[in-house]
Design a protein around this ligand. Structure first.
Ligand code: FAD
Length: 469
C-alpha cells in the first residue's frame, strides 16, 4: 500500500517562513520522509521585511540592514545556502548621541548605554553633574523587589535616573523596537539586564564584570554586526533557489483556516481555491494571524498588540556635497531633543561595500511610538524634514542624488509588559485547541533576524514532533 504523504503548509514568506520551509524540505529530502511542504506568500516577492534596493552601484537596505553576529543562526543560514564568503562585518567606529544641537560621542565602555568605565562616563558632556551623581547611586541601590515583568523605563530609571535614561539608554534601546521604553517589557526585550541586577545588584558593576573587555573598549577594528555584501536580499534569493519551485506559491493570500473534524485543516485562499494541510506553520505578523481565525478566542490578546510605524530614508550624495567630519558610523537622537529623525547611519562608513567611491550614503529613521504621523507624509516632505534635521550636524551643500523613502506601517510589534505571558498563553491555547498549528515569527519570540530564524527552525522541530514521522 502506498504510504500517505503528509502535507505541511507554511504561511508567510518572510525570513521566518522561508527558514521553516528551507530546513523542513532539507530534512524531508535527506531522510526521504513521506511529507511535502508548501509555502504560501501573499505578495509576488519573498523576504517580507527584507528588501534591498540597487541603484547606481549603491546597495540600499529598505528594511533590516544587518544582524547581530553573537546570535549565530543568521550567519549559519547564510553559510548553509552558500553565502558564507559574502558575510561582512560592520566597520567598528564611534557612535554619537544627538542632544539638543550637539553630537556627543558615546562614552567609551557604555554597553547599551550602561556605563562600565567610570572615567569616560564622568567626563562626557551628555549629562549634567546631578545626572551623573544620580546614576552612580546604582552602586548602592538595593535590588528591585519586582519578581515579574516591568517596563524597561521603570527598571532603568530606578537604577540610573531619568537623565541618563533619556539621553543615552532610551535612544539606544527603544530604537531597536521603535517603542516607548516606559511600555516595553524588560523580560521580553532585554532580560539579561534583569539577570545582571539579580546576580550583582549594581547594574554598572554587573555589566563591568560580565561584559568581555573587548566589547567594553568598543574595539576599533571589527564590529558586532554582519551583513551580506550583495545585500540581505541575496539571502532571500539563495534560500528561495534551494526550495523546490513547486513548493512555493506567491501572490496568494490565505484568508481563513478551518479546523476539520478529521484533525486536518482547510485553508481558504485568495485565488478562490482551498488547500488541505495536516500541519500549518503560521509565520505572519500578529494582525494577519488574528484575521485567519476570526471566530476563535485564542488570539484576542495578540490582536490587541500594538505595532509602530516607521520609515527609513536613504539619501545618496556626491562626497563633495556632504561633510561628515566626525570619525564614526552614525548617531541616535535623544528624545529630549526637537528632531524628527530618530537615528542616522553614515552607511558609507559603517558598511563601505554599499557605496561607490566618491559617494556618501546616509540612512535615517523617522517615526516612533506615539510619534508616527510623519510616516504618512509625502516623500518630498519627509526628505525635507530629514535634510533639515541633518543640517544641524553636517554641512550638506547640495540636494541628494536620489532618496529612497520606505514606509513600514505597523511593522514593529511592541513587546509591552506581560508580552511573554500572553504569548505563552496563546501557544498553550493553540496546542490544546488547534493541534498541528504552530505560530511563529517576529511578533512573538524576538524580532531580530536571528530570532526569527531560530523560531523558524523551532517550527521545523515542532512539525516533525507533531507528525512523528
Ligand atoms: P515578515 O517579514 O513580516 O514576513 C511576513 C510575510 O507574510 C510577508 O511576506 C507578508 O507578505 C506575508 N503575509 C502576510 N499576510 C499573509 C497571508 N494572509 N497569507 C500569506 N502571506 C501573508 N532585524 C535585525 O535583525 N536587524 C535589523 O537591522 C533590523 N532592522 C529593521 C528595520 C526595519 C525598518 C524593520 C521594519 C525591521 C527591522 N528588523 C531588523 C526586524 C526584522 O526585519 C523583522 O523582524 C523580520 O524581518 C520579520 O520577519 P518575519 O518573517 O517574521 O515577518
Amino acid at each position: 500500500m502506498k504510504e500517505q504523504v503528509k502535507k505541511v503548509v507554511v504561511i508567510g514568506g518572510g525570513i521566518t517562513g522561508l527558514t521553516t520551509t528551507y530546513y523542513l524540505q532539507k530534512i524531508i529530502n535527506e531522510q526521504k520522509l513521506p511529507m511535502e511542504v508548501i509555502l504560501l506568500e501573499a505578495t509576488h516577492k519573498l523576504g517580507g521585511k527584507i528588501q534591498t534596493h540597487y541603484q547606481d552601484g549603491f546597495v540600499i537596505e529598505k528594511g533590516p540592514d544587518s544582524f547581530l553576529e553573537r546570535k549565530t543562526s543568521a550567519a549559519e543560514l547564510a553559510t548553509d545556502v552558500g553565502l558564507g564568503n559574502k558575510l561582512v562585518h560592520n566597520t567598528a567606529g564611534k557612535a554619537y548621541v544627538l542632544v539638543k544641537d550637539q553630537l556627543h560621542p558615546m562614552p567609551t565602555g557604555a554597553v547599551m548605554g550602561i556605563p562600565t568605565k567610570i572615567g569616560p562616563f564622568l567626563s562626557t558632556g551628555l549629562f549634567s553633574v546631578q545626572g551623573k551623581i544620580r546614576a552612580m547611586s546604582d552602586f548602592v541601590l538595593p535590588r528591585s523587589q519586582s519578581g515579574g515583568d516591568q517596563s524597561l523605563g521603570h527598571f532603568f530609571r530606578r537604577r540610573l535616573g531619568d537623565e541618563v535614561v533619556e539621553n543615552l539608554v532610551e535612544p539606544l534601546l527603544s530604537g531597536i523596537y521603535a517603542g516607548d521604553i516606559d511600555q516595553l517589557s524588560l523580560m521580553s526585550t532585554f532580560p539579561q539586564f534583569y539577570r545582571v541586577e539579580r546576580e550583582h545588584r549594581s547594574l554598572i558593576w554587573g555589566m563591568k564584570k560580565t561584559t568581555p573587555t573587548q566589547n567594553r573598549l568598543n574595539s576599533k577594528t571589527q564590529g558586532k554586526f554582519l551583513t551580506l555584501t550583495g545585500g540581505l536580499q541575496t539571502l532571500v534569493d539563495a534560500v528561495e533557489e534551494r526550495i523546490a519551485p513547486s513548493s512555493i506559491i506567491k501572490g496568494t493570500k490565505v484568508e481563513g483556516i478551518d479546523h476539520k473534524g478529521d484533525g486536518s485543516y482547510n485553508l481558504v485562499l485568495s485565488n478562490g481555491e482551498n488547500l488541505q494541510a495536516d500541519s500549518v506553520v503560521v509565520a505572519l505578523p500578529h494582525m494577519a494571524l488574528a484575521e485567519l481565525f476570526p471566530n476563535t478566542p485564542y488570539f484576542q490578546d495578540i490582536k490587541e498588540m500594538q505595532a509602530t510605524s516607521v520609515a527609513t530614508v536613504a539619501m545618496a550624495f556626491d562626497a563633495n556635497d556632504v561633510e561628515v567630519t566626525l570619525d564614526g558610523t552614525g548617531f541616535v537622537v535623544s528624545r529630549n531633543s526637537d528632531y524628527t529623525i530618530t537615528a542616522c547611519t553614515w552607511t558609507h562608513k559603517k558598511w563601505p561595500h554599499t557605496t561607490p567611491d566618491g559617494k556618501v550614503l546616509l540612512r535615517c529613521y523617522v517615526g516612533r511610538a506615539s510619534d508616527e504621523a510623519v510616516v504618512d507624509l509625502s516623500d518630498v516632505e519627509i526628505e525635507k524634514i530629514v535634510l533639515d534635521d541633518l543640517k544641524v550636524t553636517m554641512n550638506i551643500k547640495a540636494k541628494p542624488l536620489f532618496t529612497v523613502v520606505t514606509r513600514w506601517k505597523n511593522a514593529m510589534p511592541q513587546y509591552t509588559v506581560g508580552h511573554k505571558q500572553r504569548v505563552e498563553k496563546m501557544h498553550q491555547d493553540v496546542r490544546m485547541n488547534l493541534p498541528g498549528v504552530f505560530v511563529t515569527g517576529s511578533s512573538f519570540g524576538g524580532l531580530g533576524l536571528p530570532d526569527c530564524i531560530d523560531q523558524g527552525k523551532q517550527a521545523v522541530n515542532d512539525v516533525l514532533e507533531y507528525l512523528k514521522i
